[in-house]
Design a protein around this ligand. Sequence first.
Ligand code: IMP
Length: 423
Amino acid sequence: MAVDLLLGLQWGDEGKGKIVDVLTKNYDIIARFQGGPNAGHTLEFDGIKHVLHTIPSGIFHEKALNIVGNGVVIDPVIFKKELDNLEKFNIDIKSRLLISRKAHLILPTHRLLDAASETSKGKAKIGSTLKGIGPTYMDKTGRNGMRVGDLELDNWKERYRSLANKHQAMINFYDVDIQYDLNELEEEFCTAVDVLKKLTFIDSEEYIHQAQKEGKTILAEGAQGSLLDIDFGTYPFVTSSNTTAAGACTGLGVAPNKIGEVLGIFKAYTTRVGSGPFPTELFDKTGEDMGRIGNEFGATTGRPRRCGWLDLVALKYAVQVNGVTQLMMMKGDVLSGFKTLKVCTSYKYNGEVINHLPFNIESDNVTPVYTELKGWDKDLTKLTSAEELPEELNNYIDFLEKALEVPIKIVSVGPDRTQTIYR
Ligand code: IMP
């Protein structure tokens, strides 16, 4: 069986968690392939809101197995907190959640290094979630990292010590004022490692290969978004993993010819949290309204998200890089009541009109060129079928489908599982 992929097409926070949860009934296995606790995947059902950071979004379904793949970076401390939050739901975590031995570990000193690096950058900071993501992936590619499987070795504490000592020297090198009590952080880390070690570690690439041979259906769950991809995003204002489709191959050990549908998720407008270019960003009341109505605050850091119109140039780029076969449009309900909607269809870049994402987009070299469409007034949040969608929203969808050349199969009209319209 082919593995389907589900990816965010913008700067993250598109609503991947909700859609994975909605689609899990169609899959035997849900597998996260990159990122770490910088992600905040929000799921809502039965009046309860859940936020997951590392654990795949299929965890609430009894029949689904959840895998944390080798491409993910795990902070045992945050992982333990996620497990604690799940305790009251009586989920048999040991049998439902499997962890790749090859996934890398985020050490307390990785988090400190992240903070030191960001502080040293001053105004040029990335706006990182400060979860230690960058330093952990640096240790992975620098061939210094510690992996989940290392915790099964007798000498893991020695390896930990040697890496943490090195990190401390690096923190000192930054020469910035970072306050911390390493003993306390290490105690918390070791307690969390003991909890992690009670879970099931697997050779996930082999497990997934066998599952495919047995005809099991698998959905690979992406984190962050394509414009935060380390290669194809708005570098250097990106995260440190490949958030795009190829990341699922390396992050799970799935061969490219075994990928099936590529499900691309985007918001009906655009948001971004952290620093970096954002051509369609709004600094006026319209942007404020989007943020307020859409409750646009980071699920991991609580930071307000920057808001703006839909950027079709960037979205087309993401569709191309990922080979998206089906689209899902989120938060359509947030745009109800906006008289006119703008969609950016090209950029004026250094005086020229272009239709692609150039090497360096910056607020002073890119001006969006907009097409205006009529908005709708109808409250969408109670709608249950595509027939009930207002004409103006159908026109908006048609316009996007024509430009992107990919069908929009789901329109989400609210955060709850049930507020999902299939087309
Ligand atoms: P880091 O991955 O925490 O180092 O953050 C790098 C950049 O990616 C920052 O601009 C973050 O705000 C952004 N970022 C990281 N993870 C997410 C996410 O899950 N949603 C949205 N933005 C994210």
